[in-house]
Ligand binder design. Structure first.
Ligand SMILES: *Cc1c(COP(=O)(O)O)cnc(C)c1O
Length: 457
């Protein structure tokens, strides 16, 4: 008999979590104005609001933390981190930052000018924010198939090469660089194939443009390339990472994802010009060049985290857990963005709550229902997050309306996945009785989902 699959680690330290009663949750969510961002973490049993900065560090990371060098300049921790990044990515120049958006802020302060157009595959919200704040345009060139949640494609995060070439022709000298997000977070943690990245590189060369990878989940992307793309089965994750980054001129990184630290980020590049141009902004916004917003101990822990998480076993444990949750949802017929992505399951809320009109925010309604059912905190990635159109001030109902269940790295067991699946099934089973959603009582002009106050209808 074939041995079943199990985690590639064992648990050395535990953190108790607490269940609550439905009555308690009814009260708490009401006090939070039906916005899960307003809940206290003690009011949550299983927290799937994000996989960012919520992972568990390993014993080696905790050990490295104790050896952190907190020297202001020239700390050994910085050189540890730089060497690891060079080894994994092949990029020579490294600028540490306090998180991913800070890396964007520093690099884009140098690269992005008013009137620019930056094509890419579903820019992450802070990436888009940093582009738009500089009066430039983030042009989405993701393949159209990414919007069809039920279509099974191995690389649903890909760039549409035709759309990209049209953009390069149309906007030519307004384009400072092309950005590729690996994995494509907004499309559901969907990977980008090596072939697609090669095609982007070829176009970039043809039009003489640099390529930047937004790399928060580059290791998960490499896992999908190894397991799904022809010709990569026998390569190691580290070999695939090197081959990936050989196709880019530089990267921005949120280390809170695939770096498995609670806080941190960096820029890495082979272009001396980018490094020279960005470094002044690092000093201005983040800190001196050998710490840039990070503690020495955190840079040490990140160096170990990057090394560990570019090993197959660690990634397999992670991706298999997300796939396990997906398989449980399949048993119950619950629709989600297919196939399961790297870091989360995105439940297709309008397909579940068919009676809740879009004006009453189906994905947010489902988020609240799942919390009430079992104290599980997901996150709406849908019509609330989409904000209003800046000109007409109408709600933007054009995109997809999803409940995201983000799985923190090395935190929960498959028993927790079972609880999540069954809680969702219980909501699914009574979906015909859920006919009303929520109404906005108060909202901020932008990024409203964090602070919005809602009323239950
Ligand atoms: C999280 C994330 C960012 C921003 O990083 P922070 O560390 O949250 O500032 C940028 N791009 C992608 C793809 C991300 O997932």
């Amino acid at each position: 008999m074939e041995l079943p699959f199990a985690e590639s680690w064992k648990i050395k330290m535990v953190e108790p979590i607490r269940k609550s009663t439905r009555e308690e949750r009814e009260q708490w969510i009401k006090e939070a104005y039906y916005n899960v961002f307003q809940l206290k973490s003690e009011q949550v049993y299983i927290d799937l609001i994000t996989d960012s900065g919520t992972g568990s560090m390993s014993d080696r990371q905790w050990a490295a933390l104790m050896l952190g060098d907190e020297s202001y300049a020239g700390a050994s921790s910085f050189f540890n981190l730089k060497e690891t990044i060079q080894k994994i990515t092949g990029f020579e120049y490294v600028i540490p930052t306090h998180q991913g958006r800070a890396a964007e802020n520093v690099l884009f302060s140098y690269l992005v000018k008013e009137g620019n157009v930056i094509p890419g595959n579903s820019h992450f919200d802070t990436t888009k924010g940093h582009i738009e704040a500089r009066k430039a345009v983030a042009l989405d060139c993701t393949i159209d198939d990414a919007k069809n949640t039920q279509l099974e494609l191995p690389f649903k995060g890909n760039v549409d090469i035709k759309k990209l070439e049209d953009a390069l022709q149309k906007y030519s000298d307004r384009i400072p660089f092309i950005i590729v997000t690996i994995t494509n977070n907004t499309a559901g943690g969907q990977p980008v194939s090596m072939q697609n990245m090669k095609d982007v590189r070829a176009l970039a060369n043809k039009y003489n443009k640099p390529v930047l990878f937004d790399s928060a989940r580059f290791a998960e992307n490499a896992y999908f390339i190894k397991t799904r793309e022809e010709g990569y089965q026998n390569k190691t994750i580290k070999e695939i990472c090197l081959e990936t980054f050989a196709l880019a001129d530089g990267m921005t990184m949120s280390a809170k994802k695939d770096g498995i630290v609670n806080m941190g980020g960096f820029i890495a590049t082979r272009k001396e010009e980018w490094f020279e141009g960005a470094k002044g902004y690092c000093v201005q916004y983040e800190g001196y060049l050998t710490y840039g917003g990070m503690n020495g101990r955190d840079m040490n822990a990140l160096a170990v985290g990057l090394d560990e998480n570019t090993e197959f076993d660690n990634l397999e444990t992670r991706i298999q857990q997300v796939a396990y949750l997906a398989q449980r949802l399949d048993e119950f017929g619950i629709p989600y963005q297919r196939p399961a992505g790297g870091h989360a399951i995105f439940v297709d809320a309008p397909k579940v709550l068919t009676h809740v009109p879009k004006e009453e925010f189906p994905a947010q309604t489902l988020t609240v229902e799942l919390y009430l059912e079992a104290g599980i905190r997901g996150c709406e990635i849908g019509y609330l997050l989409a904000d209003r159109d800046p000109i007409t001030r109408e709600n933007r109902f054009g995109g997809i309306d999803l409940l995201r269940l983000a799985i923190p790295r090395r935190v929960y067991t498959n028993n927790h996945m079972d609880v999540i699946a069954v809680a969702l099934k219980n909501v699914f089973d009574r979906r015909e009785t859920i006919t009303r959603g929520v109404r906005i009582a108060w909202e901020a002009p932008i990024m409203r989902h964090f602070t919005v106050k809602l009323e239950k209808l």
